[in-house]
Design a protein around this ligand. Structure first.
Ligand code: GCB
Length: 593
């Protein structure tokens, strides 16, 4: 009986390990990077995990076994397998992996010296889509969702000297996933963001929130939370430039709350002021740069720090500038966002999933407000409770990571979802969930134009009560009608809320020239932009736009040879970084707004 119990228990512990709550702001902690070359094994049948009866094996590839004598049979070997760069998608590193969807095993060796009194976590900025992590052959944890960070406490799995980490990554598209099986971007697989070990003390600062409360620029409020529910711990918070230096005592949940009267210089795009904030607990120090601003809506206006602002935006995919594949570095973020600045933007829509932390932090430093989105895209499984749970989880992880980024003004909970009862229930619940986590930001989603009557686009959506801003994607002149139709098209949006055109645009192959009625020429795209912005002037309550899209990006839906070649060509800039004519139409319009 006892044996049975032990067997069941070890089977469970072999596979169960709930996600450990995330350590905030890892970049300011003591970290050891695990970026670099990782050996990999492509495993389309999950042969490294299941035996021929499809039962999980004790001896899977995560054991990273090496042959001990020449008669031993082991049918894999990480050490003589080729390498992939991490961070990086696998699709653009080897031609044979361009279209690959399935499992790949990654392995990295690393030396480690255990430190008394320290806990060590392994942290992943993102892995697309699902991952299983093993340290020295033992299961550390698993994660679902390709665009948000996660970490596991691996203190007890590490040893002094040589260690190895193995990650099984699977990016198979599935109907019930978020996103689902079809989307207009590349399903890049792999360990696509930074990986690191994070060392913290046994009791440590896990998370904090520091901001202005809703619509009040004279008080800084927030909380600091330890990883354990220990009362009576002293934590200090200081913002030297504001002469704030306070001590907090944790309550029985291990949380300390604060509220200071203060009049910080407010963050605005033209002067994105950030303050150094230092949080200390004993010898532990966490530093951050935090900006303060309020964001709200009043009737059809968006108010930043109480003043009306027009969002001059651009939609961006997380694709590297000048090279193929996922963007992941600070340098990538700086190039992409400096293009947005050159366009005249004060705002970016980071589509269609949470982008890496460098993007958000760089936008904040450059004075760009941010729309951040989860990949609830097109037609997902509205009726499946597990799909809902997954969406809510991705929403939580997005908010958790970025709640201290003042640049983020909008949480977007969906893109172009079809009207219907199940969808309404799903999205209204998501909206409630977002508000319960963060009542200081605006909520929106990119909707579709509902109908066309008497040459009037009518924007109706039951979700209007669950958003602060009515945002619509519309492609008049590309997917329907001609650019000329924009001259007369009218708009009716029957809500007393600000309106954002979250997408518009059309494709052009950079360098292809011709008549403005010829598809794919830069002239067609230029004309489409010219007519579109003219039309936007007639939209009552228009508070911002974010054209689709900054740069051409890879998409498996875009097959036209010679023109698309697997790129969505709606970029204002080509995949090679060359500006198309429409870029300058938008730049000119923004310069007058
Ligand atoms: C959309 C989608 C976006 C697509 C775009 C297009 O409405 O939101 O993801 O890439 O249209 O190019 O068709």
């Amino acid at each position: 009986m006892r044996h049975l119990f032990v067997a069941i228990f070890s089977l469970l512990s072999f596979h169960m390990n709930a996600n450990t709550p995330l350590i905030s702001n890892v970049y300011s902690r003591e970290i050891i990077s695990l970026n670099g070359s990782w050996n990999y094994i492509v495993d389309p049948m999950d042969n490294g995990y299941y035996n021929h009866r499809l039962e999980p094996m004790k001896n899977g590839f995560f054991q990273n076994r090496k042959q001990k004598n020449p008669s031993e049979l082991i049918e894999y070997n990480f050490y003589i397998s080729t390498v992939l760069r991490v961070p990086g998608d696998w699709n653009t590193q080897y031609e044979k992996l361009f279209f690959y969807e399935g499992s790949i095993w990654f392995k990295k060796d690393f030396p480690y010296t255990k430190k008394e009194e320290k806990r060590t976590f392994i942290y992943f900025g993102a892995v697309n889509y699902r991952s299983w992590v093993y340290i020295n052959g033992k299961f550390a944890g698993e994660h679902e969702g390709g665009y948000t960070p996660f970490n596991f406490d691996v203190t007890d799995l590490l040893k002094n000297g040589d260690n190895f980490v193995v990650v099984r990554v699977n990016n198979t598209r599935q109907k019930d996933n978020i996103p689902t099986v079809n989307m207009d971007w590349w399903n890049y697989g792999g360990i696509t963001r930074d990986v690191m070990l994070v060392e913290v003390s046994d009791i440590h600062i896990r998370d904090y929130s520091i901001q202005l409360p809703k619509a009040n620029p004279n008080v800084i409020t927030g909380w600091i939370k330890l990883n354990k529910p220990v009362a009576g711990e002293t934590i200090s918070i200081s913002i030297p430039e504001l002469k704030i230096n306070k001590q907090l005592t944790t309550d029985k949940d291990g949380t300390g709350y604060f509220e200071f009267k203060s009049k910080p210089q407010l963050w605005i795009p033209a002067d994105p002021k950030l303050y150094e904030v230092i949080i200390t607990r004993g010898s532990e120090v966490v530093k951050d740069e935090i900006g303060f601003r309020t964001i709200e809506t009043k009737d059809k206006k968006i108010l930043l720090n109480g003043k009306e602002i027009f969002l001059k935006g651009i939609s961006i995919h997380e694709e590297a500038p000048y090279r193929n594949g996922r963007a992941w570095s600070k340098e990538d973020a700086e190039i992409l966002l400096s293009w947005a600045k050159e366009l005249g933007c004060n705002y970016v829509r980071l589509a269609h999933y949470p982008h890496n932390e460098y993007m958000v932090r760089t936008a904040e430093k450059m004075g760009l407000m941010v729309w951040s989105e989860i990949p609830v895209y097109w037609t997902i499984s509205w009726d499946n409770p597990a799909t809902y749970q997954n969406a809510e989880n991705q929403l939580d992880e997005m908010i958790y990571r970025d709640k201290n980024r003042c640049a983020i003004i909008i949480w977007s909970i969906a893109n172009e979802t079809p009207h219907g009862e199940a969808r309404d229930k799903f999205l209204s619940n998501l909206s409630r969930s977002a508000r319960s986590k963060d009542n200081t930001r605006l909520i929106s989603m990119a909707m579709d134009v509902a109908k066309l009557e008497n040459n009037t686009n009518i924007m109706e959506d039951n979700m209007n009560e669950f958003v602060d801003i009515m945002s619509f994607n519309q492609y008049l002149g590309w997917y329907s009608g001609t650019p000329d139709d924009c001259r007369t098209r009218q708009w009716k949006i029957p809500y007393n809320k600000p309106v954002i055109i979250s997408e518009f645009g059309g494709g052009a192959l950079q360098g292809m020239h011709g008549n403005k009625t010829t598809r794919w020429t830069e002239e067609y795209q230029e004309e489409l932009y010219t007519r579109s912005v003219e039309m936007f002037e007639r939209i009552d309550g228009l508070a911002g736009v974010s054209p689709w899209v900054l740069k051409d990006f890879h998409s498996t839906r875009r097959q036209l040879p010679g023109i698309q070649d697997w790129f969505n060509r709606k970029g204002l800039i080509s995949d090679q970084g060359i500006k198309k004519k429409a870029f300058f139409v938008m730049q000119e319009w923004y310069s007058k707004k």
